[in-house]
Design a protein around this ligand. Structure first.
Ligand code: EPU
Length: 419
Protein backbone atom coordinates (compact mmCIF):
# COMPACT_ATOMS: atom_id res chain seq x y z
CA UNK A 1 0.00 0.00 0.00
CA UNK A 2 1.29 3.44 -0.88
CA UNK A 3 0.19 6.95 -0.09
CA UNK A 4 1.02 10.45 -1.25
CA UNK A 5 2.31 12.98 1.24
CA UNK A 6 1.83 16.60 0.18
CA UNK A 7 3.03 19.78 1.83
CA UNK A 8 0.70 22.35 0.35
CA UNK A 9 0.61 26.01 -0.61
CA UNK A 10 3.40 25.79 -3.19
CA UNK A 11 2.52 27.38 -6.54
CA UNK A 12 2.61 25.03 -9.51
CA UNK A 13 4.80 26.59 -12.17
CA UNK A 14 6.34 25.27 -15.35
CA UNK A 15 5.53 22.78 -18.08
CA UNK A 16 3.79 19.43 -17.83
CA UNK A 17 3.49 16.94 -20.69
CA UNK A 18 0.03 15.39 -20.73
CA UNK A 19 -0.08 11.59 -21.05
CA UNK A 20 -2.05 9.57 -23.59
CA UNK A 21 -5.74 9.08 -22.83
CA UNK A 22 -6.57 6.07 -20.66
CA UNK A 23 -10.15 5.77 -21.86
CA UNK A 24 -9.09 5.84 -25.47
CA UNK A 25 -6.17 3.43 -24.99
CA UNK A 26 -8.44 0.84 -23.33
CA UNK A 27 -10.90 0.80 -26.24
CA UNK A 28 -8.06 0.70 -28.77
CA UNK A 29 -6.42 -2.23 -26.98
CA UNK A 30 -9.71 -4.14 -27.14
CA UNK A 31 -9.90 -3.20 -30.84
CA UNK A 32 -6.50 -4.83 -31.42
CA UNK A 33 -8.16 -8.25 -31.07
CA UNK A 34 -9.88 -7.59 -34.41
CA UNK A 35 -6.66 -7.12 -36.38
CA UNK A 36 -4.85 -9.78 -38.30
CA UNK A 37 -1.54 -7.94 -38.13
CA UNK A 38 0.66 -6.27 -35.56
CA UNK A 39 -0.62 -3.04 -34.01
CA UNK A 40 1.74 -0.49 -32.47
CA UNK A 41 -0.05 1.92 -30.15
CA UNK A 42 2.18 4.86 -29.41
CA UNK A 43 1.60 7.36 -26.58
CA UNK A 44 -0.07 4.56 -24.64
CA UNK A 45 -0.02 5.61 -20.97
CA UNK A 46 1.79 3.46 -18.38
CA UNK A 47 -1.20 2.83 -16.12
CA UNK A 48 -2.43 -0.12 -14.11
CA UNK A 49 -5.63 -0.24 -16.22
CA UNK A 50 -3.60 -0.40 -19.44
CA UNK A 51 -1.51 -3.26 -18.03
CA UNK A 52 -4.72 -5.04 -16.96
CA UNK A 53 -5.99 -4.75 -20.56
CA UNK A 54 -2.68 -6.23 -21.79
CA UNK A 55 -3.13 -9.15 -19.35
CA UNK A 56 -6.60 -9.75 -20.83
CA UNK A 57 -5.10 -9.75 -24.32
CA UNK A 58 -2.49 -12.30 -23.24
CA UNK A 59 -5.16 -14.54 -21.70
CA UNK A 60 -7.05 -14.43 -24.99
CA UNK A 61 -3.95 -15.77 -26.72
CA UNK A 62 -2.73 -12.49 -28.21
CA UNK A 63 0.86 -11.40 -27.81
CA UNK A 64 1.33 -8.07 -26.10
CA UNK A 65 4.41 -6.19 -25.03
CA UNK A 66 4.81 -2.70 -23.66
CA UNK A 67 7.85 -0.47 -23.63
CA UNK A 68 8.42 3.27 -23.57
CA UNK A 69 4.74 4.15 -23.97
CA UNK A 70 4.33 1.88 -26.95
CA UNK A 71 2.07 -1.18 -26.73
CA UNK A 72 2.65 -3.76 -29.44
CA UNK A 73 -0.20 -6.23 -29.90
CA UNK A 74 -0.35 -9.20 -32.20
CA UNK A 75 -3.76 -10.89 -32.15
CA UNK A 76 -3.06 -13.39 -34.95
CA UNK A 77 -2.76 -16.26 -32.48
CA UNK A 78 -5.87 -15.34 -30.51
CA UNK A 79 -7.40 -18.65 -29.46
CA UNK A 80 -9.55 -17.93 -26.41
CA UNK A 81 -12.83 -16.11 -26.14
CA UNK A 82 -13.34 -16.05 -22.37
CA UNK A 83 -12.17 -13.23 -20.11
CA UNK A 84 -11.61 -14.72 -16.63
CA UNK A 85 -13.47 -13.22 -13.70
CA UNK A 86 -10.38 -12.03 -11.84
CA UNK A 87 -9.36 -9.93 -14.85
CA UNK A 88 -12.90 -8.56 -15.27
CA UNK A 89 -12.81 -7.52 -11.62
CA UNK A 90 -9.47 -5.78 -12.04
CA UNK A 91 -10.92 -3.39 -14.56
CA UNK A 92 -14.62 -2.73 -14.93
CA UNK A 93 -14.17 -1.21 -18.35
CA UNK A 94 -13.05 -4.61 -19.68
CA UNK A 95 -16.69 -4.88 -20.84
CA UNK A 96 -15.42 -3.20 -24.03
CA UNK A 97 -13.77 -6.53 -24.91
CA UNK A 98 -17.25 -8.01 -25.38
CA UNK A 99 -17.99 -6.44 -28.76
CA UNK A 100 -14.44 -6.95 -30.00
CA UNK A 101 -14.08 -10.62 -29.02
CA UNK A 102 -17.58 -11.40 -30.31
CA UNK A 103 -16.75 -9.68 -33.60
CA UNK A 104 -13.53 -11.64 -33.98
CA UNK A 105 -14.46 -15.09 -32.64
CA UNK A 106 -18.27 -15.24 -32.90
CA UNK A 107 -18.44 -16.00 -29.18
CA UNK A 108 -17.40 -14.43 -25.92
CA UNK A 109 -17.74 -15.29 -22.26
CA UNK A 110 -17.12 -12.85 -19.46
CA UNK A 111 -18.39 -12.16 -16.02
CA UNK A 112 -21.01 -9.50 -15.48
CA UNK A 113 -19.13 -6.34 -14.45
CA UNK A 114 -21.61 -5.39 -11.68
CA UNK A 115 -21.41 -2.09 -9.82
CA UNK A 116 -18.33 -0.05 -9.03
CA UNK A 117 -17.14 2.94 -7.02
CA UNK A 118 -19.42 5.23 -9.06
CA UNK A 119 -22.60 3.28 -8.32
CA UNK A 120 -24.47 0.70 -10.45
CA UNK A 121 -23.03 0.38 -13.95
CA UNK A 122 -25.71 -1.37 -16.04
CA UNK A 123 -24.81 -2.70 -19.50
CA UNK A 124 -28.36 -3.14 -20.79
CA UNK A 125 -27.70 -0.93 -23.83
CA UNK A 126 -24.57 -2.90 -24.76
CA UNK A 127 -26.45 -6.19 -24.61
CA UNK A 128 -29.56 -5.00 -26.41
CA UNK A 129 -27.44 -3.60 -29.28
CA UNK A 130 -25.45 -6.81 -29.66
CA UNK A 131 -28.70 -8.80 -29.66
CA UNK A 132 -29.98 -6.59 -32.47
CA UNK A 133 -26.82 -7.54 -34.35
CA UNK A 134 -27.65 -11.24 -34.00
CA UNK A 135 -25.89 -12.22 -30.77
CA UNK A 136 -27.53 -14.73 -28.43
CA UNK A 137 -26.73 -13.70 -24.89
CA UNK A 138 -27.49 -15.58 -21.72
CA UNK A 139 -26.52 -14.84 -18.17
CA UNK A 140 -25.98 -17.49 -15.58
CA UNK A 141 -24.48 -17.08 -12.11
CA UNK A 142 -23.05 -13.70 -13.09
CA UNK A 143 -21.39 -15.01 -16.27
CA UNK A 144 -22.42 -13.66 -19.66
CA UNK A 145 -22.31 -16.16 -22.51
CA UNK A 146 -22.57 -14.57 -25.95
CA UNK A 147 -22.55 -16.35 -29.26
CA UNK A 148 -23.46 -15.79 -32.87
CA UNK A 149 -22.52 -18.94 -34.75
CA UNK A 150 -23.46 -17.43 -38.11
CA UNK A 151 -21.63 -14.16 -37.41
CA UNK A 152 -22.83 -10.69 -36.48
CA UNK A 153 -24.87 -8.66 -38.95
CA UNK A 154 -25.24 -4.91 -39.27
CA UNK A 155 -28.27 -3.27 -37.66
CA UNK A 156 -29.87 0.10 -37.05
CA UNK A 157 -29.31 0.83 -33.38
CA UNK A 158 -30.76 3.77 -31.56
CA UNK A 159 -29.31 4.34 -28.10
CA UNK A 160 -31.61 5.62 -25.35
CA UNK A 161 -28.63 7.52 -23.92
CA UNK A 162 -25.32 8.29 -25.66
CA UNK A 163 -23.34 5.75 -23.62
CA UNK A 164 -19.61 5.81 -24.31
CA UNK A 165 -19.06 2.12 -23.56
CA UNK A 166 -22.11 0.96 -25.54
CA UNK A 167 -21.07 3.06 -28.56
CA UNK A 168 -17.57 1.57 -28.40
CA UNK A 169 -18.86 -1.99 -28.07
CA UNK A 170 -21.17 -1.56 -31.06
CA UNK A 171 -18.40 -0.04 -33.19
CA UNK A 172 -16.04 -2.88 -32.29
CA UNK A 173 -18.68 -5.53 -32.99
CA UNK A 174 -19.74 -3.89 -36.27
CA UNK A 175 -16.42 -3.45 -38.10
CA UNK A 176 -16.23 -7.13 -39.12
CA UNK A 177 -20.01 -7.73 -39.18
CA UNK A 178 -21.91 -8.42 -42.40
CA UNK A 179 -23.49 -5.27 -43.81
CA UNK A 180 -24.02 -1.82 -42.43
CA UNK A 181 -24.55 -0.71 -38.83
CA UNK A 182 -25.98 2.69 -38.04
CA UNK A 183 -25.80 4.01 -34.47
CA UNK A 184 -28.06 6.94 -33.71
CA UNK A 185 -27.74 8.99 -30.52
CA UNK A 186 -24.16 7.70 -30.39
CA UNK A 187 -21.72 9.11 -27.84
CA UNK A 188 -19.64 11.95 -29.32
CA UNK A 189 -16.71 11.90 -26.87
CA UNK A 190 -13.27 12.53 -28.41
CA UNK A 191 -12.32 8.98 -27.35
CA UNK A 192 -15.03 7.71 -29.73
CA UNK A 193 -13.49 9.76 -32.53
CA UNK A 194 -10.10 8.28 -31.66
CA UNK A 195 -11.51 4.74 -31.76
CA UNK A 196 -13.12 5.34 -35.18
CA UNK A 197 -9.89 6.84 -36.54
CA UNK A 198 -7.88 3.90 -35.20
CA UNK A 199 -10.25 1.33 -36.72
CA UNK A 200 -10.13 3.14 -40.06
CA UNK A 201 -6.34 3.11 -39.87
CA UNK A 202 -6.64 -0.69 -39.62
CA UNK A 203 -8.84 -0.84 -42.73
CA UNK A 204 -12.33 -0.46 -41.22
CA UNK A 205 -15.05 1.68 -42.82
CA UNK A 206 -16.37 3.91 -40.06
CA UNK A 207 -17.85 7.35 -40.70
CA UNK A 208 -19.65 9.96 -38.63
CA UNK A 209 -17.66 9.17 -35.45
CA UNK A 210 -17.63 12.30 -33.34
CA UNK A 211 -21.24 13.02 -34.38
CA UNK A 212 -24.38 11.40 -32.97
CA UNK A 213 -24.83 9.23 -36.04
CA UNK A 214 -22.10 6.69 -36.78
CA UNK A 215 -22.16 4.42 -39.83
CA UNK A 216 -20.01 1.30 -39.96
CA UNK A 217 -19.81 -0.81 -43.10
CA UNK A 218 -18.47 -4.24 -42.26
CA UNK A 219 -15.22 -5.37 -43.94
CA UNK A 220 -13.67 -8.85 -44.32
CA UNK A 221 -10.61 -8.20 -42.21
CA UNK A 222 -8.59 -5.55 -40.42
CA UNK A 223 -4.84 -5.26 -40.78
CA UNK A 224 -2.27 -4.02 -38.31
CA UNK A 225 -1.17 -0.40 -38.06
CA UNK A 226 0.78 2.16 -36.09
CA UNK A 227 -1.40 4.65 -34.24
CA UNK A 228 -0.87 7.37 -31.66
CA UNK A 229 -3.32 7.49 -28.74
CA UNK A 230 -4.93 10.94 -28.27
CA UNK A 231 -3.89 13.11 -25.29
CA UNK A 232 -5.86 12.70 -22.08
CA UNK A 233 -8.29 15.60 -21.76
CA UNK A 234 -9.19 14.79 -18.15
CA UNK A 235 -5.56 14.70 -17.06
CA UNK A 236 -5.13 18.09 -18.75
CA UNK A 237 -8.17 19.42 -16.84
CA UNK A 238 -6.69 18.02 -13.62
CA UNK A 239 -3.42 19.90 -14.02
CA UNK A 240 -5.34 23.04 -14.96
CA UNK A 241 -7.25 22.73 -11.68
CA UNK A 242 -3.89 22.27 -9.92
CA UNK A 243 -2.67 25.58 -11.35
CA UNK A 244 -5.95 27.23 -10.33
CA UNK A 245 -5.96 26.08 -6.70
CA UNK A 246 -2.28 26.94 -6.12
CA UNK A 247 -2.39 30.36 -7.83
CA UNK A 248 0.11 28.89 -10.28
CA UNK A 249 1.06 29.09 -13.91
CA UNK A 250 1.33 26.01 -16.10
CA UNK A 251 1.96 25.25 -19.72
CA UNK A 252 0.50 21.91 -20.73
CA UNK A 253 2.18 20.21 -23.64
CA UNK A 254 0.40 17.57 -25.71
CA UNK A 255 -3.02 18.93 -24.66
CA UNK A 256 -5.93 19.52 -27.02
CA UNK A 257 -7.97 22.56 -26.01
CA UNK A 258 -10.60 21.60 -28.60
CA UNK A 259 -11.52 18.60 -26.44
CA UNK A 260 -12.04 20.87 -23.41
CA UNK A 261 -14.44 23.45 -24.78
CA UNK A 262 -16.84 23.08 -21.85
CA UNK A 263 -14.05 23.11 -19.27
CA UNK A 264 -11.83 26.05 -20.29
CA UNK A 265 -14.63 28.65 -19.75
CA UNK A 266 -15.12 27.39 -16.20
CA UNK A 267 -11.49 28.19 -15.36
CA UNK A 268 -11.91 31.57 -17.04
CA UNK A 269 -14.98 32.28 -14.90
CA UNK A 270 -12.89 31.40 -11.85
CA UNK A 271 -10.58 34.23 -12.87
CA UNK A 272 -7.80 32.21 -14.51
CA UNK A 273 -6.27 33.28 -17.81
CA UNK A 274 -6.23 30.49 -20.37
CA UNK A 275 -4.46 30.65 -23.74
CA UNK A 276 -4.47 27.80 -26.19
CA UNK A 277 -2.36 27.20 -29.25
CA UNK A 278 -1.51 24.13 -31.32
CA UNK A 279 -1.20 21.28 -28.84
CA UNK A 280 -0.61 23.49 -25.81
CA UNK A 281 -2.73 25.04 -23.08
CA UNK A 282 -1.33 27.82 -20.92
CA UNK A 283 -3.12 28.72 -17.69
CA UNK A 284 -2.30 31.25 -15.03
CA UNK A 285 -4.16 31.90 -11.83
CA UNK A 286 -2.89 35.19 -10.52
CA UNK A 287 -6.15 36.51 -9.06
CA UNK A 288 -8.11 35.05 -6.12
CA UNK A 289 -10.51 32.43 -7.47
CA UNK A 290 -14.20 33.31 -7.92
CA UNK A 291 -17.25 31.05 -7.78
CA UNK A 292 -18.73 29.97 -11.13
CA UNK A 293 -22.16 29.57 -12.69
CA UNK A 294 -23.84 26.18 -12.21
CA UNK A 295 -21.83 23.32 -13.70
CA UNK A 296 -23.94 20.47 -15.07
CA UNK A 297 -22.15 17.31 -16.14
CA UNK A 298 -23.39 16.08 -19.51
CA UNK A 299 -22.37 13.79 -22.32
CA UNK A 300 -19.80 15.40 -24.66
CA UNK A 301 -19.68 18.21 -25.73
CA UNK A 302 -21.10 19.09 -22.29
CA UNK A 303 -19.03 19.39 -19.14
CA UNK A 304 -17.41 15.98 -18.51
CA UNK A 305 -18.32 14.05 -15.38
CA UNK A 306 -14.68 12.97 -15.16
CA UNK A 307 -13.61 16.59 -14.58
CA UNK A 308 -16.27 17.26 -11.93
CA UNK A 309 -14.23 16.30 -8.86
CA UNK A 310 -11.00 18.05 -9.85
CA UNK A 311 -12.79 21.27 -10.74
CA UNK A 312 -14.72 21.03 -7.46
CA UNK A 313 -11.40 20.85 -5.60
CA UNK A 314 -10.44 24.24 -7.08
CA UNK A 315 -13.90 25.68 -6.34
CA UNK A 316 -13.53 24.92 -2.62
CA UNK A 317 -11.27 28.01 -2.48
CA UNK A 318 -13.25 30.19 -4.91
CA UNK A 319 -14.96 33.19 -3.29
CA UNK A 320 -18.76 32.81 -3.34
CA UNK A 321 -21.16 29.94 -3.94
CA UNK A 322 -20.77 27.45 -6.77
CA UNK A 323 -23.25 24.72 -7.67
CA UNK A 324 -22.47 21.43 -9.40
CA UNK A 325 -25.09 19.04 -10.78
CA UNK A 326 -23.81 15.52 -11.50
CA UNK A 327 -26.07 14.03 -14.16
CA UNK A 328 -24.06 11.03 -15.36
CA UNK A 329 -23.27 8.85 -12.33
CA UNK A 330 -25.40 8.56 -9.20
CA UNK A 331 -22.53 8.10 -6.77
CA UNK A 332 -19.85 10.53 -7.82
CA UNK A 333 -19.53 12.72 -4.73
CA UNK A 334 -17.49 10.36 -2.59
CA UNK A 335 -14.61 12.85 -2.51
CA UNK A 336 -16.84 15.45 -0.84
CA UNK A 337 -16.60 14.09 2.73
CA UNK A 338 -12.83 13.97 2.40
CA UNK A 339 -12.67 17.56 1.08
CA UNK A 340 -14.83 18.61 4.03
CA UNK A 341 -12.28 17.01 6.38
CA UNK A 342 -9.78 19.43 4.86
CA UNK A 343 -11.96 22.43 5.69
CA UNK A 344 -14.06 22.69 2.52
CA UNK A 345 -17.68 23.80 2.86
CA UNK A 346 -19.71 21.54 0.57
CA UNK A 347 -23.26 20.26 0.96
CA UNK A 348 -24.72 17.62 -1.32
CA UNK A 349 -28.27 16.51 -1.91
CA UNK A 350 -28.82 13.91 -4.59
CA UNK A 351 -27.28 15.15 -7.81
CA UNK A 352 -26.51 18.61 -6.47
CA UNK A 353 -23.45 19.87 -4.61
CA UNK A 354 -23.27 23.41 -3.23
CA UNK A 355 -19.77 24.70 -2.61
CA UNK A 356 -19.19 27.77 -0.43
CA UNK A 357 -15.66 28.94 -1.07
CA UNK A 358 -13.42 29.02 2.02
CA UNK A 359 -10.28 31.09 2.57
CA UNK A 360 -8.14 28.12 3.53
CA UNK A 361 -8.01 24.35 3.30
CA UNK A 362 -6.02 22.45 5.92
CA UNK A 363 -3.89 19.35 5.46
CA UNK A 364 -5.47 16.11 6.69
CA UNK A 365 -5.28 12.34 6.27
CA UNK A 366 -7.76 11.45 3.52
CA UNK A 367 -8.65 8.40 1.43
CA UNK A 368 -9.17 8.17 -2.30
CA UNK A 369 -12.41 6.30 -3.03
CA UNK A 370 -12.17 6.37 -6.82
CA UNK A 371 -9.92 7.67 -9.56
CA UNK A 372 -11.02 11.26 -10.23
CA UNK A 373 -12.13 11.87 -6.65
CA UNK A 374 -8.66 10.72 -5.58
CA UNK A 375 -7.00 13.21 -7.94
CA UNK A 376 -9.24 15.92 -6.45
CA UNK A 377 -7.83 15.14 -2.99
CA UNK A 378 -4.28 15.52 -4.29
CA UNK A 379 -5.19 18.94 -5.71
CA UNK A 380 -6.83 19.97 -2.45
CA UNK A 381 -3.61 18.91 -0.70
CA UNK A 382 -1.59 21.14 -3.04
CA UNK A 383 -3.80 24.08 -2.10
CA UNK A 384 -3.98 23.33 1.64
CA UNK A 385 -1.98 24.65 4.52
CA UNK A 386 0.14 21.96 6.17
CA UNK A 387 0.52 18.29 5.33
CA UNK A 388 -2.00 16.10 3.53
CA UNK A 389 -1.73 12.34 3.25
CA UNK A 390 -3.77 10.69 0.53
CA UNK A 391 -4.30 6.97 1.08
CA UNK A 392 -5.63 4.33 -1.30
CA UNK A 393 -3.75 5.82 -4.21
CA UNK A 394 -4.07 2.66 -6.28
CA UNK A 395 -7.24 4.33 -7.61
CA UNK A 396 -5.26 7.36 -8.76
CA UNK A 397 -2.65 5.15 -10.44
CA UNK A 398 -5.38 3.69 -12.64
CA UNK A 399 -5.62 6.92 -14.57
CA UNK A 400 -2.67 9.19 -13.77
CA UNK A 401 0.80 8.20 -14.80
CA UNK A 402 3.32 9.16 -12.16
CA UNK A 403 1.21 12.04 -10.88
CA UNK A 404 3.71 12.96 -8.16
CA UNK A 405 6.61 13.18 -10.61
CA UNK A 406 4.79 15.63 -12.88
CA UNK A 407 3.60 17.76 -9.98
CA UNK A 408 7.03 17.76 -8.34
CA UNK A 409 8.66 18.95 -11.56
CA UNK A 410 6.18 21.84 -11.49
CA UNK A 411 7.22 22.80 -7.97
CA UNK A 412 4.92 20.75 -5.73
CA UNK A 413 6.19 19.19 -2.52
CA UNK A 414 4.73 15.71 -2.96
CA UNK A 415 6.21 12.29 -2.23
CA UNK A 416 5.01 8.73 -2.61
CA UNK A 417 5.68 6.66 0.46
CA UNK A 418 4.98 3.06 1.46
CA UNK A 419 2.29 2.74 4.15
N1 EPU B 1 -25.60 3.31 -18.68
C1 EPU B 1 -26.74 2.54 -18.61
N2 EPU B 1 -26.80 1.41 -19.39
C2 EPU B 1 -25.78 1.03 -20.22
C3 EPU B 1 -24.61 1.85 -20.28
C4 EPU B 1 -24.56 2.99 -19.49
O1 EPU B 1 -27.67 2.83 -17.87
O2 EPU B 1 -25.92 0.00 -20.90
C5 EPU B 1 -25.51 4.52 -17.84
C6 EPU B 1 -24.40 4.41 -16.81
O3 EPU B 1 -24.82 3.72 -15.66
C7 EPU B 1 -24.07 5.84 -16.52
C8 EPU B 1 -24.29 6.52 -17.87
O4 EPU B 1 -25.11 5.62 -18.63
O5 EPU B 1 -24.96 6.37 -15.59
C9 EPU B 1 -23.01 6.82 -18.63
O6 EPU B 1 -22.30 5.64 -18.87
P1 EPU B 1 -21.33 5.45 -20.12
O7 EPU B 1 -21.67 4.11 -20.71
O8 EPU B 1 -21.36 6.64 -21.01
O9 EPU B 1 -19.93 5.39 -19.39
P2 EPU B 1 -18.85 4.24 -19.46
O10 EPU B 1 -18.61 3.82 -20.85
O11 EPU B 1 -19.18 3.20 -18.46
C10 EPU B 1 -16.89 5.93 -19.82
C11 EPU B 1 -15.58 6.22 -19.14
C12 EPU B 1 -15.84 6.88 -17.81
C13 EPU B 1 -16.62 8.15 -18.05
C14 EPU B 1 -17.93 7.84 -18.81
C15 EPU B 1 -18.75 9.07 -19.16
C16 EPU B 1 -14.13 4.47 -19.94
C17 EPU B 1 -13.31 3.28 -19.64
N3 EPU B 1 -14.85 4.98 -18.95
O12 EPU B 1 -17.57 5.03 -18.94
O13 EPU B 1 -14.55 7.21 -17.29
O14 EPU B 1 -16.93 8.75 -16.82
O15 EPU B 1 -17.61 7.14 -20.02
O16 EPU B 1 -18.00 9.94 -19.92
O17 EPU B 1 -14.10 4.97 -21.06
C18 EPU B 1 -12.98 7.67 -15.61
O18 EPU B 1 -12.13 7.73 -16.49
O19 EPU B 1 -12.79 8.03 -14.42
C19 EPU B 1 -14.31 7.13 -15.94
C20 EPU B 1 -15.15 6.67 -15.04
Amino acid sequence: MQRLVIRGEKRLCGEIAVQGAKNSALALLAGCTLCSGEVRLKNCPALSDVFAACRILNRLGCKSRYKDHCAVIDARGMCECAVPEELMREMRSSIVFLGAVLGRKGECELSFPGGCELGPRPIDMHLSALRQMGARITEEYGVLCCECPTGLRGAKISLGFPSVGATENIMLAAVLAKGETVITNAAREPEITDLGDFLNCCGARVSGHGTSSIVISGVERLHGCEYEVMPDRIVAATYMAGAAITGGELELKNARAGDLEAVVPVFEQMGCRVYTYDDRIYINSKKPLRAVKTIRTMPYPGFPTDAQAVVMAALTKAKGTSVVVENIFCSRYRHVDELVRMGADIKTEGKVAVIEGVKKLYGARVRACELRGGAALVLAGLGAQGETEVENICYIDRGYENIEKHLRLAGADITRVMC
